[in-house]
Ligand binder design. Structure first.
Ligand code: TTP
Ligand code: MG
Length: 358
């Protein structure tokens, strides 16, 4: 039996402007945009009333006024958007730590395994939408499928306040009728080129040989080829994970002896320890970087089993690494120390090959 992941894409509806309407109900029912109302101002986002006039994000404010003479323009309050973003993320993490934020108001969730043991991803999406509404007073749209591409298309499908599920068995039907503009990675230019090839929907895209698509669209050709077949193995990547912390120094005068270098490693190690503490980073490898006066560069590394944290240990290992460096025919202009090989963090897993029943 083929098994599938369970991916949810959540996207708040008309995000900035919905927050403004919530905080100032007098705005409700009017065409409203958030943005700067000056000669060079642009629309950050428009509510659905304003969208009816053709007003949209990134449009010049002057154009928006022309399209919609009754337009109400309000200034944005970024700190409030950030606050809401924090609230919705807290809700997401009640279900899974496999959350990939795309922007303040948008994220992918991998709920294949979820903290509440809820079997149907659709039920989780419903619950999350309801809890977002209760907590923030705002609506979100959700898309549910077995891959990112389809989950994202689905969340956009019934906006606002939408919920759309694309079941694996229905994926090809769904893709067949999907206009190419809705495919991830297809912008205005790519859409035009697809139209020139007679490709308007997923079904026509699937008829195109791989060779034609890679010739026309380079690397993305392969992506489109796979998407048309419902294949998208991109994992949900959790918040950015730091891989290393380092510190380096270029010297006013090149160094020629080990003693000089060892001496210079002390302030570098000291700054490194400060940065490690500040970022709360823990890793078990130390890399020494040496750049010679002829700009050639070499690295030497040590890997242990415990976190490198203290000045003493880092200097000790750095000294060992330094003794491996060849300084016989060139002086040194830069030295650097980096701690890397972080310990795996809980909830961070980027394995696309999960296998569970859908
Ligand atoms: P989107 O999710 O693209 O748009 P939206 O939430 O306003 O509307 P919907 O999802 O219902 O279609 O963007 C989220 C927020 O990001 C949006 O409210 C404002 C901001 N934004 C900009 O500031 N400039 C832009 O060009 C876009 C697209 C968004
Ligand atoms: Mg949105």
């Amino acid at each position: 039996m083929k098994t599938y992941r369970k991916i949810i894409h959540i996207d708040m509806d008309a995000f900035f402007v919905s927050v403004e309407e919530r905080d100032n109900p007098a705005l409700k029912g009017h065409p409203v945009v958030v943005g700067y109302d000056g000669p060079r101002g642009v629309v950050a986002t428009a509510n659905y009333e304003a969208r009816r006039y053709g007003v949209h994000s990134a449009m010049a404010m002057a154009t928006a006024h022309r399209l919609c003479p009754k337009l109400v323009v309000v200034e944005g309050h970024y700190s409030r958007y950030k606050e809401v973003s924090g609230q919705i993320h807290a809700i997401f993490h009640d279900y899974t730590d496999l959350v990939e934020p795309l922007s303040l108001d948008e994220a992918y969730l991998d709920v294949t395994e979820n903290k509440k043991g809820i079997p149907l991803a659709m039920d989780i999406a419903k619950e999350i939408k309801q809890r977002i509404l209760e907590r923030t007073g705002l609506t979100a749209s959700a898309g549910v499928s077995y891959c990112k591409f389809l989950a994202k298309v689905a969340s956009d499908f019934r906006k606002p306040n939408g919920l759309c599920v694309v079941h694996p068995d229905k994926a090809i039907d769904f893709i067949d009728r999907l206009s190419v503009e809705r495919f991830w990675g297809v912008g205005e230019k790519t859409a035009e080129r697809m139209h020139a090839l007679g490709i308007y929907n997923g079904s026509q895209l699937r008829e195109m040989p791989l060779q034609t698509l890679t010739r026309e669209f380079g690397k993305m050709g392969r992506v489109f080829y796979d998407f048309a077949r419902g294949i998208d193995n991109r994992p949900v990547i959790t918040e950015w994970v730091r891989k290393s912390v380092g510190c380096e120094r270029t010297f006013a005068e090149d160094l020629t002896t080990y003693e000089e270098m060892l001496h210079e490693l002390t302030p570098i190690a000291s700054e490194l320890v400060r940065r490690l503490e500040k970022s709360r980073f823990e890793g078990r490898s130390l890399v020494l970087k040496v750049k010679y006066s002829n700009f050639r560069q070499t690295t030497h590394s040590y890997t242990g089993t415990t976190a490198l944290k203290t000045m003493e240990e880092i200097l000790w290992r750095a000294g060992d690494l330094l003794s491996e460096v060849d300084i016989s025919d060139c002086s040194v202009r830069l030295l650097g120390l980096t701690v890397t090989s972080p310990f795996p963090q809980p909830g961070v897993r980027n394995d696309p090959q999960l296998t569970f029943d859908w």
